[in-house]
Write a protein that binds this ligand. Sequence first.
Ligand code: NAD
Length: 446
Amino acid sequence: MIDAENKKICIVGMGYVGLTLAVVMAECDFDVIGVEINPETVARLRGGKAHFYELGLQSRMARQLKRGKLKFETPEEAVGARECKVFVLTVGTPLNDEGNPRMDMVERASNYVADVMPDGSLTVLRSTVRLGTTRKVVKPILESSGKKFQLAYCPERTVEGRALEELRSLPQIVGGLTDDDAWRASRIFQRLTPTTIRVSTLETAEIIKLLDNSFRDLFFAFGNEVALLAEAAGLDGIEVIHAANTGYERTNIARPGMVGGPCLEKDPHILAHSFRDFGFTPRLISNGRALNEELPGIVSQMILDWAGENSLPPDVKVSICGLAFKGRPETDDLRGTPTQLVIDAVRRDFPSARLFGQDFAVKDTDARTLGVEPASIEAAFDGASVVVIANNHLGYSRINYEDLSSTMNKPALIFDCWDCISADSHDFSEGVTYLRFGSVKAWSGR
Ligand SMILES: NC(=O)c1ccc[n+]([C@@H]2O[C@H](COP(=O)([O-])OP(=O)(O)OC[C@H]3O[C@@H](n4cnc5c(N)ncnc54)[C@H](O)[C@@H]3O)[C@@H](O)[C@H]2O)c1
């Protein structure tokens, strides 16, 4: 049984985080109102169509709409929201042009909640925020309403592409303004997941989220560092990493590759920014992020060096495969994709290049926003002098490269950013060079 005071939940911001949470909460028998500021998105959602790809989302969302457990509205409508006693904020927190975390969306959503919430309601902040935001930004706004309220911070820690599954399995971190507030938030999340972890302060919960993503970013940065230092010593970094990891649990080095996406590109910066107030500068985390930010430039330079050595013509055809910021788990999310930087670098050196983009999940209209013409995998290879495999989608490990590379314009390069292709098991066509990031070895087609 869900307590009556927690039964109706209003989730503010129907993006990747808000919509997936809304569906799972509806499945757990809460009555959910999804509030979204973009009226086009609201219209689309009301029509039963999700506005991004996430495994299982479309059908599961439609089912909850039909059951009447999930409804959508704009902040101006505020019909269902006024009946709720629990509010979850899932609005975006991107960096601004100066690289500082934007707070305006959290402020606006908090003002909205302050307006519609009844006395005795609970507000849960779920966006990834600068340390102290729940207490210093959200709390004063809610206080200004003069109403009684409870407040908690419960970070979203799912991975895009597996969000619906992970919302039901990952431990949920809960920090409350008071113990009672944390208990109430815990009771809600206990309906979703077997484990809730109550921590002693709002800030503890906030920093855990920032550390999760900073840790992951640093983990990838270490793999990239190994690749670069192996290359400097004339060693094969991929071989080093495979051999070091094999059967030896104490070493787990990430595969090298470009790192991006809406979270990793900003969260280590939000963490560093948070500590300015404390006069502390994180060293490891900031350096790891800087290294990952250098990677697309390093990869692009390797491709352009090969193009220069092989005197490619100005109107060369270049295809980028894997446009989304990652391939595994599959997503259509282009936010923070490092692929954009590779496309921009090729365009800079080859302004007349014919640039094509292929992706197994991204829609053609979205691909065009990166400045490439969408193509199937066959069309991407056909007549191309350079094909870049830019993300680690499983599809790139299952392709017959012998056939595809035979349609390329020779001399040709296949550049594999993520070690997706097992080169030893493929015969590339004559005139084709295969290079992969992290390896000094070059394979030539026969
Ligand atoms: N994408 C992820 O997988 C992920 C994972 C963990 C944490 N996060 C964090 O969660 C937060 C949300 O991320 P996201 O990817 O869902 O962002 P998003 O930009 O996809 O979604 C935010 C949504 O909120 C809407 N919105 C903004 N202001 C609003 C307002 N005042 N009222 C109603 N709607 C409003 C926007 O139009 C947008 O649809 C961010 O802080 C992010 O860092 C994201």
